[in-house]
Design a protein around this ligand. Structure first.
Ligand code: ZN
Length: 341
């Protein structure tokens, strides 16, 4: 039997035009009320179908029920004012109007558990569900109550842990926390970032993952990447901490990036989700280009620990482009699987 390299998506997929304006990040919903609720359910089925038809082995919901990967979760928490927003600088890169923490934060009802139950019914294979990580959450808010990034991160970690345990109970196999902020605030990552992430994943009966990327292909991120020089060594600060952590999987950006592949060596023993699809371009990778990234990664990670993945979410792309990229990802993983024999 050939060794099968698993494949997964980082998180989001494009939404149908009847659900949200296509090829736009954080696009508002096109429907309201019950019609919107039903449309989200329908879109999730399509998104799962696209992944299954492409041959992806770990299936996600494509984040079809979320407008934003952080604020849609925060939206349902208590202690946050969504009406009187304030402007903050996100990851030291771009300004955004964000909600304000005005009281102790807590979770009422579960946020994504119904989505997870629906996803569970759509495939018998392994499923992954994404949540924002504590540090990235606090970086997408204005804090007018805790007056401490660390204290607020611990509060969010407890809330995330409640949610994650319910997702695991609903049959989710991997819960991934998105922490692009880990690529920016290295001192905080060392002091409390990894610890709060572990708190969010504490006691889970399923696997845990963390996604650390260089962001969607928006102008602010592209400019930031251009300022990072010939070698992107940000992961070098974070990976040794993650290697010693309880987190099982690490999702990272590799295709068309300047990340030295040997940094993956620092994650020895963990599952590594290697980004082999560039989400910042409409150019479709060839299967050989995907295979090339996976082959280079295999020098530093055992096949059973390697997953072919996307660099980041694909929500800003067209559905046609995203589907073609999914197919390229699977075709590239199959080339490498055959080579492994
Ligand atoms: Zn990402």
């Amino acid at each position: 039997m050939t060794q099968k390299i698993n494949t997964a998506i980082a998180g989001s997929l494009p939404k149908p035009a009847w659900l949200a304006e296509p090829e736009k990040l954080w696009a508002p919903w096109q429907l309201q009320g019950e019609a919107l609720a039903q449309a989200k359910v329908d879109a999730m089925r399509l998104s799962v179908d696209d992944q299954l038809r492409a041959g992806i082995t770990v299936i996600g919901d494509g984040e079809q029920t979320r407008q934003h990967f952080v604020t849609t979760f925060i939206d349902s928490l208590r202690g946050v004012d969504f009406v009187n927003r304030k402007t903050v600088r996100i990851r030291n890169r771009y300004d955004a109007d964000v909600p304000v923490v005005i009281d102790r934060v807590s979770r009422g009802d579960s946020v994504f558990v119904e989505d997870a139950k629906r996803l569970r019914l759509l495939t018998k294979g392994p499923i992954k569900f994404t949540l924002p990580g504590p540090m990235t959450m606090i970086d997408t808010l204005y804090d007018d109550y805790y007056h401490s990034r660390e204290k607020l991160a611990w509060a969010f970690a407890e809330i995330l842990n409640e949610e994650a345990k319910e997702l695991a109970a609903a049959g989710v196999d991997i819960i991934q926390f998105d922490e692009p902020a880990f690529n920016v605030f290295f001192d905080e990552v060392r002091d409390w970032g990894v610890k709060t992430l572990e708190r969010a994943a504490q006691g889970l009966t399923c696997k845990s993952a963390v996604h650390i990327c260089y962001g969607y292909g928006i102008e602010a991120n592209i400019k930031w990447k251009q300022s990072l020089g010939d070698e992107w060594r940000q992961y070098e600060k974070v990976f040794p901490l993650l290697a010693q952590s309880t987190i099982d999987q690490v999702s990272l950006e590799c295709q068309n990036s300047r990340v030295p592949m040997d940094l993956i060596e620092l994650l020895r023993g963990k599952d590594v989700l290697v980004g082999a699809i560039d989400v910042a371009t409409n150019t479709i990778e060839t299967p050989e280009q995907v295979a090339d990234v996976l082959r280079r990664a295999l020098k530093f990670v055992e096949p059973k620990h390697l997953y072919g993945c996307t660099n980041c979410g694909m929500v800003p792309l067209s559905r046609a482009v995203a589907n073609a990229k999914l197919q390229a990802l699977v075709a590239g993983a199959e080339i490498v699987s055959k080579e492994l024999g």
